[in-house]
Design a protein around this ligand. Structure first.
Ligand code: NAP
Ligand code: 8YV
Length: 328
């Protein structure tokens, strides 16, 4: 942890798991103090906390009011990732703290992941891979035909924002019809909009979920929505684990209410229920939607660039809508 500070130094907290571009991104006049978890925040002396003016949040670590309140001089929280449900944006807004996130630079990568997960789930690629590796192709013959296929399906996208639209563009190219649910119709698209999620769930068998997390979307996909999809139903979640009622999903996968699920996110990461792991009709990824070297570098750089722009007296590059900045 850095200690020395001169009068023109800008003290920053780098908070969360080590991210190479962020952790090595700040030279003088910045003084970066590194803390990797909430428990370790007690290592930060009150003297240092009183000087902190910016925080780089490097992962999905809870940055709630109890954390933010420790830093009376805090001006900016630059968070890694486009989703910021782990940051108390209402507290930040009330206290004049600007929050930034990392939109756009990860959009295409996450859309690629969503499509990969959708196809892998429908066509059982992970199970088929295991079948081959275990020698069963030779001993038992061809892998059974998959019940799931993208052919003949209409995909209902839940959340047609930056990433949802990128998913839709990919499905367009694959001649798969798209419809969507969001609270307001999205601009610049001709896809059918369902203001009511249940109506869409009754009309399609496939959902790709890509909304923000947080209270407003908690358990948006519940037992009723899953039932409405029906026995050919497939759900892909690349949003946040909280958006799906995980217990209801497990029950629906077990009793054939739906056909399968492809999940990149879970309610209590990195804990994944044993029941979900045991199910043959799931494809499970360890929250890796944006996790390629090239995309993660771009996200990390944007965290650094937001803090540098702010402390150079410029406007932040990518503020969240809840904490807009005027007059810079
Ligand atoms: P975005 O551009 O803000 O799009 C969000 C979409 O969700 C909008 O269409 C929005 O439309 C809709 N939405 C918001 N609240 C809703 C609600 N209560 N009910 C229904 N729809 C709602 O965000 P983005 O850049 O596409 O990113 C979306 C999310 O993906 C992130 O917030 C993050 O949680 C997740 N994500 C996950 C990964 C991963 O690694 N798995 C990577 C990146 C992002 P309305 O406001 O009109 O409802
Ligand atoms: C990251 C994400 O994996 O951008 C998001 O919202 O979920 C992912 O890109 C996440 O920020 C973990 O650090």
């Amino acid at each position: 942890m850095a200690t020395a500070t001169s009068t023109d130094a800008i003290d920053l907290l780098v908070y969360g798991p080590v991210k190479p571009v962020i952790n090595s991104g700040f030279a003088a006049p910045f003084v970066a103090h590194t803390i990797e978890s909430k428990n370790d925040l007690t290592r930060l002396t009150d003297d240092v906390a009183a000087r902190i003016r910016g925080i780089a949040v490097t992962g999905l670590v809870a940055t709630d009011s109890s954390v933010l309140a420790r830093f009376p001089k805090l001006e900016m929280v630059a968070s890694f990732g486009v989703g910021y449900d782990h940051v108390d944006s209402a507290y930040a807004r009330e206290h004049g703290i600007v929050v930034t996130h990392t939109p756009d630079v990860l959009t295409e990568e996450v859309a690629d992941t969503a499509l990969g997960l959708l196809i892998a789930t429908l066509r059982e690629f992970v199970r088929a891979d295991r079948y081959l590796r275990s020698g069963q192709w030779e001993t038992r013959g061809d892998y059974p035909l998959t019940r799931g296929s993208l052919r003949g399906r209409t995909v209902g996208i839940v959340g047609l924002g930056r990433i949802g639209k990128a998913v839709a563009r990919r499905l367009d190219a694959m001649q798969v019809p798209v419809v969507y649910h969001s609270r307001r119709p999205a601009e610049g698209v001709a896809y059918k909009h369902y203001p009511n999620l249940m109506d869409m769930a009754k009309a399609v068998e496939t959902l790709v979920v890509i909304t923000p997390g947080g209270a407003a979307t908690r358990h948006l996909i519940d037992a009723e929505v899953l039932k409405a999809l029906g026995p050919e139903g497939v759900v892909v979640n690349v949003a946040r684990g909280t958006v799906i009622d995980e217990a209801a999903l497990i029950a629906a996968l077990k009793d054939g209410t739906i056909l399968g699920a492809g999940l990149d996110v879970f309610e209590r990461e990195p804990k994944v229920p044993d029941e979900l792991r045991a199910l043959p009709n799931t494809v499970l990824l360890p929250h890796m939607g944006s996790a390629s070297v090239v995309t993660r570098r771009a996200m990390e750089q944007l965290v650094v660039d937001n803090l540098k722009a702010w402390f150079a007296g410029k406007a932040p590059l990518t503020p969240i809508p809840e904490t807009p900045v005027k007059g810079r």
